[in-house]
Design a protein around this ligand. Structure first.
Ligand code: SF4
Length: 379
């Protein structure tokens, strides 16, 4: 298992001294090439916003809506319509994204769950996952917020992977005036416990950091080392998302400065150096106009890209079409390959529930990528 080649103090120097950028990026690219060669991946997905209600109030979020102002659950018919449309377009991933425990705050959420015979939103996610599995070829990838041990066990037979961004390890971001104040699901220790429990249950997991929400460089370094530590202990974090904050209208952080491009590129490269050659390091391509710069910072994955649905978390930011994604990747000297929501190295009985393993293998190439054309079917 990887041990970081730099320590915390060295990492902080790289992040805070722009004149060291070339050295850092060279190191990151060398590690990426060592671990992944010239292959860059993406996951062909549909985005399924199971519920836009949430009990939290993160000050940068436009995804969440109160009931009466757009906050709602998708019905089973809604979910199935999205999944079927994605299936027709050769998508392999149904990304189930939702607010955290809305039933703890909103009576309307409780009523919806009662009407559908579910005790919790996670129960509903499990039922929708089962519905997707039984009616389509897609593989659910649930991001339902905080999960306890029984939640994870409940979702594992239908979800090839699950996810929860760490965002940042610093409690300071929950202080009054900070973006996670009064957000019980954003307390770092609670998020760490969910990620660790997924490790105990052998769930291939997505996590990562959100950059530019008021954290200090040292807190980014600490967050990356926290993720590296969990990966060293459990080996289950199959991908690390490094995401840049974008200021959105109609949020309390609408006037907050976004991270400078050159700084964010150094964060991405530092993530590669701390997390190591084998790590799958991903930056979403729809949050930066010139996303090719991340190839020079050591990434090997573009994450989920949809030919059909918008990015509900960043609705103002369309995904690049797959022709452009392939062209940009190719011009930089890489080969774009579609992957399944679970990465090739995790397609084993140790990591995937017996209910799912045969179907996953059935949609994989001999070397574990998605057995679909690079761009899949076009809409
Ligand atoms: S970022 Fe997530 S947890 Fe925070 S308010 Fe939005 S949906 Fe809820």
């Amino acid at each position: 298992m990887h041990t970081a080649t730099i320590d915390r103090d060295q990492a902080l120097v790289y992040l805070t001294e722009p004149e060291r950028a070339a050295e850092l990026l060279t190191m990151a690219c060398r590690l990426r090439d060592e671990g992944h060669g010239r292959t860059i991946t993406y996951s062909r997905k549909v985005f399924v916003p199971i519920t836009t209600m949430c009990r939290d109030t993160c000050t940068y979020c436009t995804f969440v809506k109160p009931p009466g102002a757009g906050g709602q659950y998708l019905t089973p018919d809604d979910v199935l319509a999205i999944a079927r449309a994605g299936d027709e377009l050769d998508c392999t991933e149904a990304l189930l994204t939702l607010g955290d425990s809305p039933e703890a705050k909103w009576p309307q959420a409780r009523e919806f769950l009662d009407a559908h015979g579910c005790a919790t939103t996670i129960d509903y996610v499990a039922e929708m996952s089962q519905l997707i599995r039984s009616e389509t070829r897609l593989f659910p990838h649930a991001n339902p917020g905080i999960m306890n041990a029984s939640d994870i066990a409940r979702l594992r037979p239908t979800n090839v992977t699950m996810g929860l961004m760490l965002e940042n390890i610093s409690d300071r971001l929950t202080d009054p005036g900070m973006p996670h104040h009064n957000c019980p699901d954003k307390v770092p220790s609670v998020r760490v416990e969910t990620i660790r429990e997924a490790g105990r249950q052998k769930v291939p997991f997505t996590s990562g950091i959100l950059v530019g929400i008021g954290e200090h460089p040292a807190e980014i370094v600490d967050s990356l080392f926290a993720l590296a530590d969990m990966q060293r202990e459990f080996g289950h974090i199959q991908e690390f998302i490094i995401q840049n904050f974008r200021a959105k209208a109609n949020t309390r952080m609408r006037n907050a400065p976004e991270p400078e491009a050159t700084y964010f590129v150094r964060v991405v490269a530092l993530a590669r150096v701390i997390l190591g050659a084998q790590a799958n390091v991903q930056v979403p391509p729809n949050l930066t106009e010139d996303f090719s710069q991340y190839l020079d910072a050591g990434i090997n994955d573009w994450g989920g890209v949809s030919p059909l649905t918008i990015d509900w978390v960043n609705p103002e930011a369309p995904w690049p079409d797959l022709v452009r994604l392939e062209a940009v990747t190719g011009e930089a000297g890489f080969v774009l390959r579609p992957r399944l929501p679970v990465y090739p190295e995790y397609i084993e009985s140790e990591w995937i529930d017996a209910e799912l393993l045969g179907a996953v293998v059935g949609r994989a190439t001999d070397d574990g990528y998605a057995d679909i054309p690079i761009g899949g079917s076009t809409p």
